[in-house]
Design a protein around this ligand. Structure first.
Ligand SMILES: [Zn+2]
Length: 328
């Protein structure tokens, strides 16, 4: 079993509920993407199915017949469905899964269904599942794992006991990266991961892009208009990665804002820039406004020389068009 970092309190509570046979039959595990909710659902499921459930440690004994089957992925009383993306479970998949759940446990114990990314479930799918939740059979458990409970129909939510899992602490993020063989993780990357190991993975993969964004923001701060114009043009044209770049841009600016609390003029620059970065995300991703112009405006507002003038006379800046066309 993959080791789980963090969430000690909830895991202990869940293990105790399993041991004393008081675990509710419908559970919602909610929290940020990539913090280990699915692993914890599996930990609970393995203990539920373990032959020594009452005495077993968290996650089951690990050695009995059912624990072994569980680990090999062939336990007949564990059903897993995932609803995310195009290959998410269909209505037919749900019907089949529920049919399996309605059978007697093969191994004579309990039956567990883990529904991953359950907030992506269709209305039709949700209604089918609702029936099973309304009339729970003895010894069957449904664990709905999701990021956003408000996307789940209230009828389902009201039938589930909810467990909330918080984001991971910077120390826990470091522990996870160590487990993955990354010895040194930068402070910035830990902060950027924002409590999610999944973000950490994509950040590691994109560290070059991240460095690039940081370098451009630094040049923007120094007033290097040519670099700013070029970056805006390049980033705006790269439609596939504009979302990531905007996230990096916002986070970089936020970090600069946090680091300059002692300097009021710098604080004003970064606060304005942060507002522009947030606006840019909304305008580009939701309103489909021209990304190049919007990114340009955001980067331009990072200019420290304009700290005193920006608030009062923002029109002093050359426009992107002027910079690119006149070659100024
Ligand atoms: Zn066991």
């Amino acid at each position: 079993m993959k080791s789980i970092i963090g969430h000690t309190q909830q895991r202990k509570e869940l293990a105790n509920l399993v041991r004393s046979d008081r675990l509710p039959s419908a559970l919602v595990f909610s929290g940020l993407h990539g913090i280990g909710k699915h692993l914890i659902a599996r930990e609970v499921a393995r203990q539920l199915l373990c032959e020594q459930r009452e005495d077993a440690p968290q996650g089951g004994c690990g050695t009995c017949r059912t624990c072994t089957l569980f680990e090999s992925g062939t336990h007949p009383d564990l059903i897993s469905l995932s609803f995310s993306g195009e290959r998410g479970a269909s209505v037919d998949d749900i019907r089949q899964a529920l049919e399996k759940m309605s059978l007697k446990p093969f191994m004579g114990g309990k039956k567990v269904a883990i529904l991953n990314d359950a907030d992506d479930i269709s209305i039709v799918g949700a209604n089918i599942i609702l029936k099973s939740l309304e009339e729970p059979r003895p010894d069957t458990y449904f664990i709905l794992v999701l990021a956003n409970p408000s996307r789940l129909p209230a009828t389902i939510l009201s039938r589930c006991q909810r467990f909330f899992f918080d984001r991971l602490s910077p120390d826990e993020i470091k522990e996870i990266s160590n487990l993955r063989g990354i010895q040194e993780i930068s402070e910035a990357l830990t902060l950027l991961a924002d409590g999610s190991a999944a973000s950490l993975d994509s950040l590691q993969a994109q560290s070059e892009m991240w460095e690039d964004v940081r370098a451009v923001v630094e040049r923007a701060w120094m007033g290097d208009q040519a670099i700013v114009a070029r970056a805006a043009q390049e980033w705006g044209a790269d439609k596939n990665q504009v979302k990531e770049r905007l996230t990096f841009l916002r986070t970089t600016i936020r970090q600069r804002l946090m680091a300059t609390s002692a300097d009021p003029s710098a604080t004003a620059v970064w606060a304005t820039a942060l507002q522009n970065a947030l606006d840019a995300e909304y305008l580009i991703l939701d309103r489909h406004v021209n990304p190049t112009l919007t990114i340009f405006k955001t980067l331009q507002s990072c200019n420290k020389a304009l700290a005193s003038t920006y608030q009062t006379t923002p029109r002093q800046h050359p426009t992107l068009g002027e910079l690119l066309i006149d070659g100024r």
